[in-house]
Design a protein around this ligand. Structure first.
Ligand SMILES: C[S@@+](CC[C@H](N)C(=O)[O-])C[C@H]1O[C@@H](n2cnc3c(N)ncnc32)[C@H](O)[C@@H]1O
Length: 307
């Protein structure tokens, strides 16, 4: 082999050597890369696990604290021990919780076109009382004002008359109850229904007709329920009350929305129609609980109303 051939061969060997070293180097780097990315992945997964655990611990702790506060609130029956600020916070918490766990009740405000300005004002007042009762309740309802347009007379009147109306913890929507819930779950409450309400069920959605009877318009809520093709029910007045003699021989089973709502709230808390009707059915309507059936009123129930 001549000198030129020898030097050519050694260059080729050098090149091969370099290639081989590069290859080994690449493989080592590749292994390190994989090990490194596996480490990163493991760390990331660990971190995510820790984060999730911390989040669920915090959630659990929050739930426990809320539970303790509510317990404390319930055991202090006159609530004298709690500052106004704490009471306000508890009320807010309960209302917020009712948005996911409370019994569902819609007030159907689709019929306000039939009402005079005076009736609209009275309805705005009744909605304020209804919301006030829900705020004071131990187990508030999830309230939804349906079919309420921002450009309606009622909306304007509610904003004008009811302090903080726009911050009420309830839903206000232009949609109807059937846009929100399946028809088979809806029970429209109307004094003209055949069927009496037996109990309140978490799977159902109860609807009150947003009406005021200055110029008594009969069976409006019954025909609205007919339009919607939903079940109807009346308060079980015939089942639990009797007519009371009065000088005008006046007897009416038609109540204001806030009065019906107070009865529903008390039924929820006591599971007793006798209690609920006795506490809230206005004496002026000419019905009473038969003497032998009357029960001691729960402390919270103080009859008042808007006849
Ligand atoms: C003042 S009342 C309206 C009465 C009206 N004339 C009507 O067409 O039903 C307002 C709403 O309260 C509820 N309500 C009043 N009395 C009731 C009763 N005895 N049973 C069931 N719901 C009642 C109904 O939802 C009703 O639409």
């Amino acid at each position: 082999m001549c000198e030129t051939q020898r030097s050519g061969l050694s260059e080729v060997i050098d090149l091969l050597h370099i290639d081989l070293e590069d290859d080994v180097e690449d493989k080592r780097a590749g292994r390190e890369d994989t090990a490194c990315s596996r480490n990163v992945l493991r760390k990331q997964r660990n971190w995510e696990r820790q984060l999730a655990a911390r989040k669920s611990r915090r959630k659990e702790e929050k739930r426990r604290r809320r539970f303790n506060r509510l317990q404390e609130f319930d055991s202090d029956s006159d609530h004298t021990q709690l500052s106004k600020r704490v009471q306000k916070a508890i009320t807010k918490e309960r209302l917020a919780e009712s948005q996911s766990t409370g019994l569902r009740l819609c007030v159907d405000l689709s019929m306000t076109d039939f009402m005079s300005d005076k009736e609209i004002s009275r309805l705005a007042g009744q909605l304020r009382r209804l919301y006030g009762s829900n705020k004071r309740a131990t187990h508030p309802f999830r309230l939804i004002l349906t079919d309420l347009r921002e450009d309606s007379r009622l909306y304007r009147e509610c904003v004008r008359m009811n302090d903080g109306f726009l911050n009420y913890l309830m839903e206000i929507t232009e949609q109807s109850c059937l846009d929100l819930f399946p028809a088979e779950t809806v029970v429209y409450l109307t004094p003209d229904a055949e069927e009496a309400l037996e109990t309140l069920d978490a799977d159902r959605v109860y609807v009150l007709g947003g009406l005021v009877d200055e110029s008594i318009q009969k069976k409006l809520s019954l025909s609205r329920a007919g339009e919607l093709s939903v079940r109807t029910a009346r308060l079980p007045i015939d089942e639990f009350m009797v007519k009371k003699n009065n000088s005008k021989n006046f007897h009416s089973k038609i109540l204001a929305v806030n009065q019906v709502f107070d009865i529903l709230l008390t039924f929820c808390e006591t599971s007793s129609w006798t209690h609920a009707l006795q506490a809230w059915f206005p004496a002026s309507k000419g019905y009473t609980i038969p003497a032998g059936d009357s029960a001691p009123l729960p402390a919270a129930a103080q009859p008042q109303g808007d006849d």
